[in-house]
Structures are given as C-alpha cells and as structure tokens.
Ligand binder design. Structure first.
Ligand code: ZN
Length: 315
C-alpha cells in the first residue's frame, strides 16, 4: 500500500516537473499564457469576459438559476479558486458562504471585491439588513459601471503589458452600459408615475428603485436566507390591493412558491394581480441566450416590468 502511495506521488511529481512545476506560472499551450480568472456571479463573469477578452480564461462558480446568498462552494470550486491568478467577487456579503474561503486565499492569488471601489456613501443600508450594505448593485447600471472600472484596473495592474487592451475593452463595454442605462430610463418613462411599483420575491431592487424612480417591495428581505411568514404574505397582499398593483414578478434564482401565495392572498381579498413574468435577479440566464449576458438580462427585466405594468401582452 505504502509502495503504491509512493509511486503515485512520484508520478505526480514527474507530471509537475514535465508541465513546468508551477501550476499558476506556467499555463499549458492550450491556454497560451492566459490569465486564469475565477468569478462568483454571472454579472461579474460578463465584465471579465468583456474587459479581459482574449487574455483571460474565466470560470464562473455560481451558475445560472442559482442563488448566491445560499451558495456553498463544492470541493471543485475550491480547487478552481486555488488555481486562479485572480478571483473577482461581489463582496458586501453577497457570497455569504464563500466569505471565509475568499478571505483566506493564499498570497499567490489576487482576490478582488468588485464593489470595493464604490464610494460607500452611494451604497444603501436598508434597516432590515442590520447595518450591512445592500449587495445588489448591478441593478443600477451606472453604479455597476464602477465595478467594470475595478476589474479593468485589477487586470491592468496584474498584467501591465496588456493595459492598453484592458483599457480599450473597458471603454467599449462602458459605452454600451451608458446606452443600456439610457434604455432603462426611456422604458421607465412609459410607465405612469403612480404605477411605478415593483413587487418581487426578495428585496433586491433597492438600487434599481433609487436610480430609476420605482417604489420597490420584496416579500423576503435583502438576503433570501430570511424566512417568509404568513404575516409577510398578508401584509404584501394588503399593500398590493391598496395600491391597485396589476402585476408582481417572480425571480429566476428564487422559488416562486411564496409569491404565488401572495397572488392567492390578493385573490382572497377579491382582487386580482398577475404574475408579470420572471426577472433575472441574482443570476443571469443560460449561457448562449440573450439573458445570459448582463446587458441582455437588464433589458429583459425592464422590458418585462414595463410590459406587465402598462398591460402590453407581447414583449
Ligand atoms: Zn439577492
């Protein structure tokens, strides 16, 4: 048994020697000296793809439809983290169950919270989140543009030879995000101001509400880790009836069960509220689809919200 163990070790050492020893410093031919970047949520993966383009090999840990508040890294994820040159994550306690791993990465791996560059005075601190910042910055496109700047600067610092590429890629992407911000504003204009109320499964639209002039209500708190009680359902149903809200929205990364309970509670009060569609909130759509990009996801959300609230049947 011991001899077998020694043989396995020897083979391992030989492979390391043959492949260039340092797993971070000597990438193989297939990756041709690309930077190995690991990200948490898809919205950050999208930034890295756009800014890093051909220079990076990026792996996203939290997949489409998966809730980052609850996500527990697998042993394979931990391996991915360990082999990365750079890890980009949101921060502000979004990736609650990965916080320890991210905080304790070795000095070889650069670990960057993309929200670090954002002026703290621009962050929201809803009282129900007990003094923590609301982590859902990506719903304010202009605020999320600061995360793009953070990725650009970190890549440039780590790989200074390619600074010009990262800067021009970032500029191109930021121009698209400026246009996206304008698009969201123009769509919001189509909704009469008294109808600008967004009801969703959890409180992730506070930045959206502030940036684009919507009142927002979530059935659950900022994190999906909080429990939904009958009182919460009844209170939200009363709010919907009193305000005459025509549509509420389910989320791709949160169970729709409790929001359907709200719909039933509204109906029990003799009113009707539609499920206005599914929004991509803490996770993007599947790779290869329009909603699998940050721009596509934001456009899908605002189109779905506006069409449902003003009663258009077709997207
Ligand atoms: Zn969330």
């Amino acid at each position: 048994m011991q001899r077998r163990y020694i043989s396995v070790c020897l083979i391992g050492i030989l492979i390391l020697v043959w492949s260039g020893c340092d797993p971070k410093g000597q990438p193989d031919a297939a990756t041709a000296d690309k930077l190995r970047v690991v990200t948490t949520i898809g919205m950050i993966t999208d930034i890295v793809k756009n800014v890093g383009s051909t220079r990076v090999e990026v792996t996203g840990i939290v997949k489409p439809g998966v809730d980052p508040h609850f996500y527990n890294p697998t042993p394979k994820d931990v391996e991915e983290f360990g082999s990365a040159h750079i890890i980009f994550y949101n921060g502000l306690y979004l990736e609650a169950k990965m916080a320890d791993i991210l905080a304790n990465m070795s000095g070889d791996t650069l670990t960057v919270a993309v929200t670090d560059a954002v002026d703290r005075s621009l962050l929201l601190t809803p009282k129900e989140y007990e003094g923590l910042y609301d982590p859902h910055l990506w719903f304010d496109v202009k605020l999320w543009m600061q995360a793009v700047g953070k990725v650009r600067d970190a890549l440039s610092e780590f790989d200074a030879d390619n600074t010009v590429l990262y800067r021009s890629n970032a500029e191109r992407y930021l121009t698209k995000l400026m246009a996206l911000d304008e698009y969201v504003k123009s769509q919001v204009e189509r909704v009469p101001s008294q109808q600008r109320v967004l009801v969703t499964a959890h409180d992730c639209f506070n930045y959206f509400g502030k940036a684009y002039g919507f009142e927002v209500r979530g059935l659950q708190g900022i994190s999906t880790a909080t429990e939904v009680g009958i009182t919460d359902v009844q209170e939200l149903a009363t709010f919907i009836v009193e305000r005459g809200i025509s549509a509420i929205f389910v989320e791709s990364s949160v169970s729709s069960r409790s929001l359907k309970a709200v719909k039933a509670a509204v109906e029990a009060k003799g009113f009707n509220v539609e499920i206005g569609g599914q929004l991509f909130t803490d996770a993007m759509g599947n790779e290869g689809t329009l909603e699998g990009t940050y721009i596509g996801m934001i456009r899908h959300n605002i189109d779905t919200i506006v069409h449902a609230l003003i009663g258009e049947s077709e997207l």
